[in-house]
Design a protein around this ligand. Structure first.
Ligand code: FPP
Length: 248
């Protein structure tokens, strides 16, 4: 099993993003309802947040609810929202104690009122925390985020705040909902699926992708360390050759 001491703390990714997948299948394999899988997934969230903060990761983004998830059965959506509210409420103290700032990406206005209220309160209380930023992607999809950025840019062009000629990658990125965080260097997906599922499409242009067969409720600290170790063994070339990298 991978060990924390094998990790080089000097070459950690600044930002790790995770597609938490497999709650439903995990529950089914135990003869339980899907909602039981989501509840069990909260333990994995807690362990992963702890592991990331302890290592010194700066930003952790978790895909908790996608725009497409609104198409799930109503009872599952309600259960997920309830779980979100209760988890945030329960974990606020721990976030404060561990100096972790909570933030969101996504169309949070589409979330139920009690959910928004809980999020707003915790985001406010943790706003000045500096150890790690925990971003929850809620009612999020990358295409939504990109289209929303385009709309805001058009509004600003019409208002004379920016010129179309000045649009470049940096300016475009600054209009994205996730502009409060750097681009992730590592994207992890659990449950043996090899898809990106409309997650951070712009931001993962150069990210390393790591897939594991573990279903999300079984994911723990050791699995997070394994992903970081795998990342640290990769050569990130950004279009250059290996030789250019060693010369630099
Ligand atoms: C994917 O599994 C998981 C989700 C859609 C929800 C993730 C939510 C949690 C882990 C609980 C609460 C989160 C926080 C941040 C407190 P799936 O249902 O798609 O599983 P399947 O692919 O096996 O059906």
């Amino acid at each position: 099993m991978p060990n924390k001491s094998q990790i080089n703390l000097k070459t950690l990714p600044k930002h790790v993003a995770i597609i938490m997948d497999g709650n439903g299948r995990w529950a089914k394999s135990k003869g339980k309802l899907r909602v039981f899988g989501h509840k069990s997934g909260v333990r994995a969230v807690r362990e992963t947040v702890e592991a990331a903060a302890e290592l010194g990761i700066g930003y952790l983004t978790l895909y908790a609810f996608s725009t497409e998830n609104w198409n799930r059965p109503k009872y599952e959506i309600n259960a997920l929202m309830k779980l979100l509210v209760s988890s945030i409420s329960k974990e606020t103290k721990t976030l404060i104690k561990n100096n972790i700032r909570l933030s969101t990406i996504g169309d949070v206005n589409s979330l139920p009122k009690d959910c928004r209220k809980e999020l707003d309160e915790t985001m406010k209380i943790t706003a000045n925390n500096t150890r790690m930023q925990l971003n929850l992607a809620l009612s999020y999809s990358s295409r939504w985020e990109i289209v929303d950025a385009v709309k805001q840019i058009v509004t600003d062009i019409k208002a004379g705040n920016i010129k179309a000629d000045n649009i470049d990658e940096e300016l475009f990125g600054s209009y994205l909902d996730s502009s409060h965080s750097p681009n992730p260097e590592l994207l992890i997906r659990t449950s043996g699926e090899y898809r990106i599922s409309n997650f951070l499409l712009w931001q993962i242009a150069y990210a390393e992708l790591y897939f594991t067969d573990k279903l999300w409720p079984d994911f723990g600290k050791e699995d997070f360390y394994a992903a970081i170790l795998d990342y640290q063994q990769r050569e990130r070339r950004f279009g250059k050759t290996s030789e250019q990298l060693t010369e630099a």
